[in-house]
Design a protein around this ligand. Structure first.
Ligand SMILES: [Fe+2]
Length: 161
């Protein structure tokens, strides 16, 4: 007699989907820290790179805001609940709070380090999504990674001045 597998409303294995959703929630938590850190950089940056970086950080947090929504709504599409409180974000994120950063080099290093953390998380999520044949999550994260890798190259180049 074959075991009956529990399937979600989009036809994926329920147990594996739950594991995937919790990994996506950890990514969401990290993205929220990244987002809020970047807002702080936008506000507090000082010095001769002010105009350039003030605009760049706004670009980064605007993009992060879009990705945050896509990650949260993927969790919902999979049939689970996205994390949404500050306390849960702080508990689950590897990225630390960047407080009162005014120095350009420190700020851009924070961006690069955060993106590196995020990419590693995403590569692990790709493994889980691959086992599950979850094309939706695979496509979403593949696009994120391609863009973030390019960003790491650009911000690292800027740091080599
Ligand atoms: Fe602003």
């Amino acid at each position: 007699m074959s075991k009956i597998k529990s399937i979600t409303q989009i036809g994926l294995d329920s147990k594996q989907s739950e594991a995937l959703a919790s990994e996506l929630n950890v990514l969401l938590a990290n993205y929220q820290l990244y987002y809020q850190n970047t807002r702080g950089l936008h506000w507090n940056i000082k010095g001769k790179h002010f105009f350039e970086l003030h605009v760049k950080f706004e670009e980064i947090y605007t993009d992060a805001q879009l990705k945050i929504d896509l990650i949260a709504e993927r969790v919902l599409t999979l049939g689970f609940t996205p994390m949404h409180t500050f306390s849960d974000y702080l508990k689950n994120a590897k990225i630390k709070e960047g407080k009162n950063i005014a120095d350009a080099k420190t700020a851009v290093e924070l961006i690069v380090n955060s993106l590196q953390t995020i990419i590693l998380l995403e590569r692990n999520i790709l493994k889980t999504a691959g086992k599950l044949n979850d094309e939706g999550t695979l496509t979403l994260l593949t696009d994120f990674i391609t863009q973030q890798e390019k960003e790491i190259w650009m911000y690292s180049s800027w740091l080599k001045q």
